[in-house]
Design a protein. Sequence first.
Length: 120
Amino acid sequence: MSKDISIKESLSSRELFEAFKQQLKKDLSECGCESNFIDALTSDFELIKQSLITVLKAHEKKAGFNIQQLLYRVDINEKQLSLRLNEHKNEDYLSVISELIIKRILQKVVLKKHFSNNGH
């Protein structure tokens, strides 16, 4: 539960949310995914997740798109993915992947901000 609260808190920070959107756009674009929807996103976790699921579904069957490449780009390894998929067997795999992507990008943004504020 505390992880969800920190996600909501991070998304509610305007500075972190803007950095999150910028990183998400960069990662999706570099993997050939649609990223124009990101500008209109609000800081609602479920809406972000649903938007990402929609985009992944649209690109899933396109030639040249590789979801593994996106996961690699965002820094989600196969072990993490397998573990989450096993924990959430009743959930759609794109839903699990979308949640992992959001959480990992947020984590990177928060860490980057933390270390930049400490003069590193």
